[in-house]
Design a protein around this ligand. Structure first.
Ligand code: RFL
Ligand code: PHB
Length: 395
């Protein structure tokens, strides 16, 4: 594919943020190019998020990328919390005035968006690694990248860094202009994918003295489960039996519920981090999604925050091309950061309420259990969780 030397919006990164932004811009008649460092197979199979909020689903529908989601996505009206061998269901529609979530894997969202873009969309280059972005403070920022062994440049009106936490676009902004806030956690998630029907209809988040566990799913025949493990755990140091036994004991409740084990097809250990960089714009360079902020996965917010950023950004670009106003672009960082910090708080709250730290005191455990009891006994406390989990309005 030949790529232009100039585009209106240069998008670095073909993950969910970059692909959804490109689709929205294309439908608004705005010219853009997406440069993705990895190959298509890698991007389409990177195992990550599983939960989509209403706002994310609405955006995918609005840009014609939800046909398969509407056929195959699983609509969930709640989650189950487990602690002290008891369980409590959070009913989203009842507590939020009708909001719900969809279980539809990030891999599938990405596949759907890539398929659309390659048949009817702006250029999307795989194995195009961006090495630098220069001229953020000028009218013509430049993306420097390597494709098919050749170093190239793409001059843009605006550059959007959708290149994830380890991307390069953030470094185009002078360090003196950025503020970062960060938290790391003394545990990781050991995630597995298993060829076995889920043992539950809705996701189960379990607090246990042995640590946190999550039962999620991908399809009616594929389960996704996570175990809290110490940082640095080698995923190959656990046998399949050890994994299922540990999951079984963390999910145990006083009923005849049982977890059905099955063949494990993938395993990986993922560190947890909270991170926000502010502002999300400098000159003509903007950041979106994980390039600007990271949440621990306990609140299922990362992909949805990335989608919310680019929904706001696509509207701002549409206003700018239609009327010449930069008001939306000027407000972008402030608008998104409000939602980002809400999600940061919720993700931190879910994480610290449900995980046990290596040096956890009896006092800390009592606080966690008291909070969980409160959620089970107060509709107000339950509604606070439900509203945040099901997702606050975008914009
Ligand atoms: P991504 O998905 O990291 O995509 C960035 C893309 O940029 C490319 N790239 C470059 N391209 C060109 N040149 C360079 N120099 C480049 N450097 C990087 C990368 O190859 C990549 O393709 O960021 P994006 O688009 O902002 O999307 C963010 C989401 O992927 C992330 O927030 C979620 O996966 C987080 N997350 C979850 N979010 C949810 O909303 N719900 C969930 O249930 C949920 N579960 C999860 C998660 C993340 C997890 N991990 C792996 C941390 C579960 C897990 C286990
Ligand atoms: C997932 O299905 O991968 C998933 C679901 C909910 C979370 C995190 C991950 O909070």
């Amino acid at each position: 594919m030949t790529t232009p030397a100039h585009t209106t919006v240069g998008i670095v990164g073909g993950g969910p943020a970059g692909l959804l932004l490109a689709r929205q811009l294309h439908l608004a008649g705005i010219d853009c190019v997406v440069l993705e460092a990895r190959d298509r197979t890698y991007v389409e199979h990177r195992q990550r998020a599983g939960i989509l909020e209403q706002g994310t689903v609405d955006a995918l529908r609005a840009c014609g990328a939800a046909d398969r989601l509407d056929r195959e996505g699983l609509i969930h009206d709640g989650i189950e919390l487990r602690w002290n061998r008891r369980s409590h269901r959070i009913d989203f529609p009842a507590l939020t005035g009708g909001r719900r979530v969809w279980v539809y894997a990030q891999t599938e969202v990405v596949k759907d968006l890539i398929a659309l873009q390659l048949t009817d969309g702006p250029p999307l280059l795989f194995e195009a690694e961006v090495t630098a972005v220069t001229g953020a403070e000028t009218d013509r920022p430049v993306i420097h990248y390597t494709h098919e062994g050749i170093r190239r440049t793409l001059t843009c009106d605006y550059v959007v860094g959708c290149d994830g936490f380890h991307g390069v676009v953030r470094s185009a902004i002078p360090a003196t202009e950025l503020r970062t806030a960060e938290r790391t956690y003394p545990y990781s998630w050991f995630g597995i994918l298993a060829n076995v029907p889920p043992s539950c209809d809705e996701l189960i988040y379990a607090h246990s003295p042995r640590g946190f566990a999550l039962h999620s799913m991908r399809t009616p025949t594929v389960s996704r489960l996570y175990l809290q493990v110490p940082n640095g755990t080698d995923p190959d140091s656990w046998s399949d039996t050890q994994i299922w036994d540990e999951l079984q004991s963390r999910f145990a409740i006083d009923s005849d519920w049982k977890l059905t084990p099955g063949p494990i097809t993938q395993r990986a250990v993922l560190p947890m981090r909270s991170f926000v960089t502010e502002p999300m714009r400098y000159g003509r360079v903007l950041l979106a999604g994980d390039a600007a902020h990271i949440v621990p996965p306990t609140g299922a917010k990362g992909l949805n925050l990335a989608a919310a950023d680019v929904i706001v950004l696509a509207r701002a670009f549409a206003d700018w091309t239609a009327t010449g106003t930069t008001a939306g672009l000027d407000a972008y960082s402030g608008t998104c950061l409000k939602r980002v910090w809400r999600a940061e708080h919720f993700s931190w709250f879910m994480t610290t309420t449900l995980h046990t730290t290596p040096d956890q005191s009896a006092f800390d455990t009592h606080l966690q259990l008291s909070q969980l009891d409160r959620i089970a006994s107060s509709p107000h406390a339950a509604a606070e969780l439900a509203e945040n989990y099901a997702g606050l309005p975008v914009g």
